[in-house]
Design a protein around this ligand. Sequence first.
Ligand SMILES: Nc1ncnc2c1ncn2[C@@H]1O[C@H](COP(=O)(O)OP(=O)(O)OP(=O)(O)O)[C@@H](O)[C@H]1O
Ligand SMILES: [Mg+2]
Length: 253
Amino acid sequence: MMLKVENLRVEVEGKEILHGVSLFVKEGEVVALMGPNGSGKTTLIMTIMGFSGYKVTEGRIIFKGIDITHLPVYERVKLGIGLAFQRPPVIKGVKTRQIIEIAASARGRKVDVYELAKELDFVDFLDRDVNDGFSGGEMKRSEILQLLAMDPDLLLLDEPESGVDLESISLLGKAINKILMRDVEPPPDKSMKEIKSKRKSALIITHTGHILNYVDADRGYVLIDGRIACEGNPREILKTVEKYGYGECLKCV
Ligand SMILES: Nc1ncnc2c1ncn2[C@@H]1O[C@H](COP(=O)(O)OP(=O)(O)OP(=O)(O)O)[C@@H](O)[C@H]1O
Ligand SMILES: [Mg+2]
């Protein structure tokens, strides 16, 4: 098991947002997290990453068998969790090149920033301050680039494709797959089952499911009003929601 969230209750600014959420991500699994605006998806992954302001009042977060519920963010990064923000912050005075180096060193890695940036067509942005004046899609590419440098074992991706044009989504999808498959030898000498068992894990928040056209998701959850309402095949869930709305998911609760 890569990640296990057990009966998590989380308060933000004194208000309970997550009312006992349980979910898991197995080793090699890619899991989609869906749900209406304001249902608590970002709150959940910010809590898994350990940001202050998200107060766990009940429940536990277990990562690779370790209880990380009260560990600081940098310890979670060291253990192998990486997050791409829904709305990444602007950091004036820090160059994109520097943040990529910092991201790599947080995991004890040294990377060739230029080579990595080439993969995401991002070389021209390396000497600009982090996210300063970046377009929505450029910020998303910058986030994935930092994750490429970090090489986490569990990726938390908060709407990686939102605001990204169709061509760049395929670029992002390829980069995400590259992180997921880093230490896996390509087929045909390996079976799909074997490949998946060695793949890294991801929890991906998506509204449209576009990113799932590039990154093969195994399971999906629907979060509604701070509670898991449904678990199943992510493509089927998306189809159902498109047709009937999230109200249909509530019938499962
Ligand atoms: N700092 C805060 N103060 C007050 N309420 C907050 C704060 N942060 C989050 N919330 C509330 O928590 C709820 C869940 O927010 P969250 O960002 O987790 O939703 P989400 O599922 O990610 O939505 P979206 O799909 O729009 O990104 C919202 O009602 C939001 O207004
Ligand atoms: Mg969100």
